[in-house]
Ligand binder design. Sequence first.
Ligand code: HEM
Length: 567
Amino acid sequence: MKAGFKAADTLTILWRLLPKALVTGMLSGWLISHLALPATNVVLRGIFSHPYLWSATLVFFVLAFDALVIYPRTRDPLRSLPNTSRCATMMVESPRGKSALAAMKDYPDAPLIRVEGRYVVLCAGHDALRDILSTHASDFEKPWPIRSFLARPLGWGVIVNEGPLHHRQRRILNPAFHVGKIRMLYGLMWSKVLIFSQKLEEMLDEDDAERDEDGWVEVEIAELSSRLTLDIIGPAAMGRDFQSLTSNESNISDAYLELLRPSFGRMIFAGLNFTLPQWIVRRLPLSSNRILDEISSFLKKTCGEILEDKKREIAEGKNTLPDYSILKRIIDADGLTDDEIKDQMLTFLAAGHETTAGALTWACYLCATNPDIQRKLRAEIRSRLEYVGGQPPEGISWDVLESMPYLNGFCEEVLRLYPTVPVTVREAQRETTVSGYRVPKRTLFLIVPYATNRNPCAWGADADQVVPERWIDTDPNTGVTRPNKTGGTTSNFASLTFLHGPRACIGQDFAKAELRCAVAGLVGGFEVKLRKDQEEPRISGVITAKAEGGMRLLFRKAGEVEREDAQ
Ligand code: HEM
């Protein structure tokens, strides 16, 4: 793998030299044939009978020698950086980002670490991250192969656009995601969490469910979580309730589950997409291509139909879009064309659904692996929300949920330890500076939330442990506790789950609100634990980090426990 990575790097260097070699070679060929050859003897004229070819080849070799041997030793501005061979396996490793974390531990003081070659650099220090994501953000873009690959299922929405187009779209979309607007969605989110809890209860009560003597039943929670978040993002983003929790069939939910199903083949497919141009990859006879095309066109058609319906309803004066709907706010803002709106809808559907579902799945896993934390969490939830006879309240208010320090701290820890986007990439669009280093155009920067979020330099020796208390401040005089925003670190850039700066996740307040509601409903109402001899889940997935094969855990109603304890 390491050799392959080095070979790919060398090929990239040589490939980038080609145009320069051809232009310079042809030019010198013309000079030789028109000025030098007529004056030279017969032997030389024989050798140089193809002057263009000769000189292009010669120039290519001279440039290659300079690029591969001289430049790295003398003029490369990043030559003093430490070099790691660890990250060569990052595309296929599990969890994705673990090699970057190891490299960061190898070089704890390095802001940037070279990844076995010239063009790929791991971004490790907070100053470097700040430069790329914030201070010099306009000098960096997502590389074109990644954008054009993502655009296949997501459309050309805000997540893949760059430059002035991104700037304009983001400016129009931002107000719809303002925290005040998101708080209007808590009612909708909680109502869906109640349906989710009811569904889980039904699964536990099923006659044919395999139940042990203590009442525990095994449930695959990843798919149920995905249905919950789909049923929230549908009405919230586009005024359409997909009802995937209550209906046995949900084409949209199934489409996304299939699209994001982790497998080795999908990793390789993503690797091809990230290295070869789309016009080549799309023509390869691969089943992944067919599946991606089928699912993408189904999703595009669905979003197109919803938009048409809603616009027709508005024109007929019977608007069915609730005030909280993001689509209503975007239509009202009147700055995007219908095609642009359709692409944003596709983006929200994908970016706002599987990501939070992944976080909820990991929340269940962390509760199962940390029973004490689970108990403390339930105690806080039960003390702040009005559970009657083990039943959750019909409604909740945002200020109660947002002010529960332990719930907030736990959700922050889930997002920190299992960022659903574990790795992302930026490419320098021009020569610029990062953490004081001059960076050549087209250098690729690996930004690895999984590694940064677990780096002991920022988070301490217990960086990989779940410690909700990190996110809680206690007033030394009154003993009153309240949530904090940095987890006890000194920099915002210690946590990259949603990135930072102008390309930070637009839906982060939405996702946090949704996760708070879902964890409150789930842990308030149910107990969860690991199966006997359960192995650690293998984390996989091309874009989002998912548990391979889903997440099977044991659940039972929490009310039953309390009754048992009382007996
Ligand atoms: C736990 C849940 C979520 C996580 C971990 C997450 C993470 C991220 C990350 C890391 C990015 C930046 C990707 C990059 O530039 O390379 C991003 C961008 C984005 N996310 Fe999220 N996200 C989550 C939930 C959501 C939700 C709920 C929505 C919408 C309702 C959403 C919509 C978006 C959009 C539109 C962008 C593109 C922003 C831009 O480039 O201007 N995300 N998200």
